[in-house]
Design a protein around this ligand. Structure first.
Ligand code: KG4
Ligand code: ZN
Length: 362
């Protein structure tokens, strides 16, 4: 088979990423420049700073991906780029750069939806590892910006079955961590600390959804955590953790344990358990509703070890595919993977394509 290389660029949120992927499944290079240290001190992504950091990183990141994969621009079959959804200023940096490269080299441009990228991260790895995703599949995409359930059919047709009506699952992790003084992003630190608490200690309840019962809502859970904190005097311990973060940007578990009482560990464990329960209950109901043969879980929250363990437990009857941690959070290899079938179908984008902050997949 003739080797087909795609250069992909991703800049929808706070990661500047470029990758070169061969034949839709061999990752020759995947470079991710994270802006975590820039946004960490603000407890969330600051859009203006994100655009500025993308501008700084885009040229070296793309150059590194080409160099590491020993690829020259004329070797490329296509240049793929995320056109949405995401922060418009961030998207524009990657999109404008990809268009310029395409214009200068006459290599065709392919526009990719970021959420489709997350789904393809899993499809790529599963196929490469000889355990392809069986279709129809139910895809749960849970990240800092999205919590969506899609039916994925042959021919890569998508149908939206449910989505969050307020906060995304990752956003709930981030807001709870910020509130409690654990910094940003919240998912990884809560994931690491949850095993030290009792997940049954704080009973969280979810309101019944009116209308589409496959939709999510996480803002009530966030408010419940806030009320729990307000009902206790936690000012000193929260200040202690903020102080720790100033001294050590990525504290060890031992350092966290030294400034966090057991009842707060219990709160973290119970909160994480509630999010996992919510995600998997609706994923199971959706998989049932569309007669799925398998389940895909992707997006940053797919890194969560509690979620992985629960989805692989015996009472979740579908085979579940997760991406490796490197392909769970934002990266460009997933954008190249999603672009490959578009290349085969000749679905190219014109050079006047716009960045779409609210682009939908289905
Ligand atoms: O996919 P991603 O890198 O960016 C978006 O498209 O939003 O996801 C980032 C989100 C953040 O909210 C982060 O807290 C969450 O994924 N996250 C996690 C974990 N690792 C990252 N959430 C729970 N457990 C984790 N281990
Ligand atoms: Zn993402």
């Amino acid at each position: 088979m003739k080797s087909v290389r795609i250069l992909a660029i991703e800049s929808s949120c706070d990661e500047t990423a470029a990758a070169v992927v061969e034949n839709g499944e061999t990752i020759l290079a995947s470079v991710v420049a994270s802006q975590m240290t820039t946004h960490g001190k603000y407890g969330g992504v600051v859009p203006e700073l994100a655009s500025r950091e993308h501008l700084r990183a885009i040229v070296p990141v793309v150059r590194e991906a080409l160099e590491r994969s020993a690829t020259r621009l004329p070797d490329l079959a296509a240049i793929a780029v995320t056109s949405g959804p995401g922060l418009v200023g961030s998207l524009l940096v990657g999109l404008t750069y990809a268009k310029s490269l395409s214009f200068a080299t006459a290599v065709p441009l392919i526009a990719v939806n970021h959420i489709e990228g997350h789904i393809h991260a899993v499809i790529l790895e599963a196929r490469r590892d000889g355990n392809p995703v069986e279709l129809p599949a139910l895809a749960l995409v849970a990240s800092g910006g999205h919590t969506h359930l899609f039916e994925v059919r042959e021919g890569l047709q998508y149908r939206l079955l449910g989505k969050t009506r307020d906060d995304a699952a990752g956003e709930a992790f981030d807001k709870v961590a910020k509130l409690l003084g654990f910094g940003y992003p919240g998912g990884p630190v809560i994931d690491r600390l949850a095993p030290y608490g009792d997940p049954r200690a704080v009973p969280f309840t979810f309101a019944k959804m009116k209308g589409n019962t496959l939709d999510f809502s996480f803002s009530g859970l966030k408010t419940a955590v806030l009320r729990w904190v307000e009902a206790r005097d936690m000012t000193a311990e929260i200040a202690g953790r903020r102080e720790l973060l100033k001294q050590s940007p990525v504290p060890s578990v031992e350092e966290w344990l030294a400034v966090t009482p057991k009842r707060t560990m219990d709160l973290l464990a119970s909160f994480q358990q509630a999010v996992i329960h919510e995600l998997l209950t609706r994923a199971a109901a959706s998989a049932e509703a569309c007669g799925a043969s398998s389940v895909i879980v992707s997006g940053g929250v797919a890194c969560n070890s509690g979620l992985r363990a629960a989805a692989r437990a015996g009472d979740f009857p579908w085979p579940v595919h997760f991406p490796s941690p490197a392909l769970s959070t934002d990266n460009a290899a997933m954008i190249a993977a999603a672009a490959f079938p578009k290349l085969e179908r000749g679905e190219f984008a014109s050079l006047d394509i716009a960045a779409q902050a609210n682009l939908t997949l289905a």
